[in-house]
Design a protein around this ligand. Structure first.
Ligand code: NAD
Ligand code: LMR
Length: 380
C-alpha cells in the first residue's frame, strides 16, 4: 500500500518539476505581481502535472481523455473521405486508421496534415486490414457500393453483403471488442449479417453492434424545423424502425420543441420526406452516388456519441438499429443509451400517435424480410 503511494508522490514531484521547467520561459512576460501570478498558476500547474501523469498511463496528452483508436473501412469513398476529416477533428480520437481497397495512402497523407491531435495512418488491401483494425475501439463501415436512381437499397445487397461479411470476419479476428458502426446498405440486412458473422466467430456482443440510422434523425430534425419554423439546433425527433423506405418511422408526435402549427397532412408529408430523403439525394446526384456529406456528418455524430459513452459520459442517447426486444423483431432502431460497453439500454418507443402506430405495423413485414435475408446469407 505504502510503495504505490510513494511512487505516486515521486511521479507528481517529477511531473511538477517538468511543468515548472517548461513554464519558466514565460514568467517575465505576464507583467503581474510575482505573488499573485504564482497563486494564479497553481490550479493550472496541477492540471498540467496531472496531464503529464496521464500521458505516462496511456491517456491522451491534450484532453485528459483515454486514448481511442477509430478505424474507418471504406475510407477513400464518398462518405469515407469527409468522415475521415471529421473524425480527425474529433478531440476524443487519438488514433485514426483509414482502410480501403484503394486510395487510402493519399487520403491519409492529406488528412494527417491537419493540426489536430489524432495520429492518422492509411492502410490498403487485404494484407493490411489486420493492422488497420488491431486495437480499435470503434470500427466505422461505409464500405460498399451506393445506389443509382431507380434502385432500392436492397438492390445493393448482392455486392455489399459479401463486402460486409469479409470485413466483419476480420473485425472478429483483429478487434473483437470494438464497437461496430455499420453504414453500408442495406443496413436492415448488413447489421444481421454482421451479427451472424460474429456469432460464428464466438465474439458476438449485442451491445457492440450498431446500424447507423443517424442520417434519418438528422433529416427529420431539419425538415421538422423548416416546417414548424423553430430553430433547427433546438430540435429533437426520434426515428425508429429500420433504414429503408417505410421502415424509417420518424416520431414527430414526440418532436421537441412541440408545436401546434402542424396539421395531420403536414405530419404525413414530413414523414414521407424523411422516408424518401435518401432517394431525394440519389435523384439529385443523378447517377453520381447517394448522400455522402450529410452521411459523413451523421456518422461523425454517432461515432462521437459512442466515444462519449465509452469514456463514461452519462446520459448519451442516440437512435440506432440494434438487437432489440422493443418489438417482436430481433433488430429494430430506437433510442439507445450508450455507455462504457456500448449499448447500456435500448429505450422503448414511448407514446405513439395513431398514424405512427399504423406506420409501425406497416413496416414490420418488410423489416422482418430484410433481417431474415441477411441472416440467411451469412449462414449459407
Ligand atoms: P463510394 O462508392 O463512394 O465509397 C465506397 C468505398 O468503399 C470505396 O472507396 C470503395 O473502394 C470501398 N470499398 C469497396 N469494397 C471494399 C472493401 N472490401 N473493403 C474496404 N473498402 C471497400 O460509396 P459511398 O457513397 O461512400 O457509400 C458507401 C455505402 O454507404 C453505400 O452502401 C451506401 O448505400 C451507404 N450509405 C448508408 C447511409 C446510411 O444512412 N446508413 C447513408 C448513405 C450511404
Ligand atoms: C441514405 O439514406 O441517404 C442512404 O441510405 C443512401 C441511400 O441509398 O439512400
Amino acid at each position: 500500500m505504502v510503495a504505490p503511494v510513494v511512487v505516486l508522490c515521486l511521479e507528481l514531484v517529477v511531473a511538477l518539476h517538468l511543468v515548472l521547467r517548461r513554464r519558466r520561459g514565460y514568467s517575465s512576460t505576464s507583467g503581474q505581481p510575482e505573488r499573485k501570478r504564482r497563486a494564479a498558476m497553481r490550479p493550472s500547474l496541477m492540471r498540467s502535472a496531472s496531464q503529464v501523469l496521464r500521458r505516462r498511463r496511456g491517456y491522451s496528452s491534450t484532453s485528459g481523455q483515454p486514448e481511442r483508436k477509430v478505424a474507418i473501412l471504406g475510407a477513400a469513398g464518398g462518405i469515407g473521405q469527409p468522415l475521415s476529416l471529421l473524425m480527425k477533428l474529433n478531440p476524443l480520437v487519438s488514433s485514426l486508421s483509414l482502410y480501403d481497397i484503394a486510395g487510402t495512402p493519399g487520403v491519409a497523407a492529406d488528412v494527417s496534415h491537419i493540426n489536430a491531435p489524432a495520429q492518422v495512418k492509411g492502410f490498403m488491401g487485404d494484407d493490411q486490414l489486420g493492422e488497420a483494425l488491431e486495437g480499435s475501439d470503434i470500427v466505422i463501415i461505409p464500405a460498399g457500393v451506393p445506389r443509382k436512381p431507380g434502385m432500392t437499397r436492397d438492390d445493393l445487397f448482392n455486392i455489399n453483403a459479401g463486402i460486409v461479411k469479409n470485413l466483419c470476419t476480420a473485425i472478429a479476428k483483429y478487434c473483437p471488442n470494438a464497437l461496430v458502426n455499420m453504414i453500408s446498405n442495406p443496413v436492415n440486412s448488413t447489421v444481421p449479417i454482421a451479427a451472424e458473422v460474429f456469432k460464428k466467430a464466438g465474439t458476438y456482443d449485442e451491445k457492440k453492434l450498431f446500424g447507423v440510422t443517424t442520417l434519418d434523425v438528422v433529416r427529420a430534425k431539419t425538415f421538422y424545423a423548416g416546417k414548424a419554423n423553430v430553430p433547427v439546433t433546438d430540435v429533437n425527433v426520434p426515428v425508429v424502425g429500420g433504414h429503408a423506405g417505410i421502415t424509417i418511422l420518424p416520431l414527430f408526435s414526440q418532436a421537441t420543441p412541440a408545436t401546434n402549427a402542424l396539421s395531420d397532412e403536414d405530419i404525413k408529408a414530413l414523414t414521407k420526406r424523411t422516408q424518401d430523403g435518401g432517394t431525394e439525394v440519389v435523384e439529385a446526384k443523378a447517377g453520381k452516388g447517394s448522400a455522402t456529406l450529410s452521411m459523413a456528418y451523421a456518422g461523425a455524430v454517432f461515432a462521437n456519441a459512442c466515444l462519449k459513452g465509452l469514456n463514461g459520459v452519462p446520459d448519451v442517447v442516440e437512435c440506432s438499429f440494434v438487437q432489440s426486444t422493443v418489438t417482436e423483431l430481433p433488430f429494430f432502431a430506437s433510442k439507445v443509451k450508450l455507455g462504457k460497453n456500448g449499448v447500456e439500454e435500448v429505450l422503448g418507443l414511448g407514446q405513439l400517435s395513431d398514424f405512427e402506430k399504423e406506420g409501425l405495423e406497416n413496416l414490420k413485414g418488410e423489416l422482418k424480410a430484410s433481417i431474415e435475408k441477411g441472416i440467411k446469407f451469412a449462414n449459407a
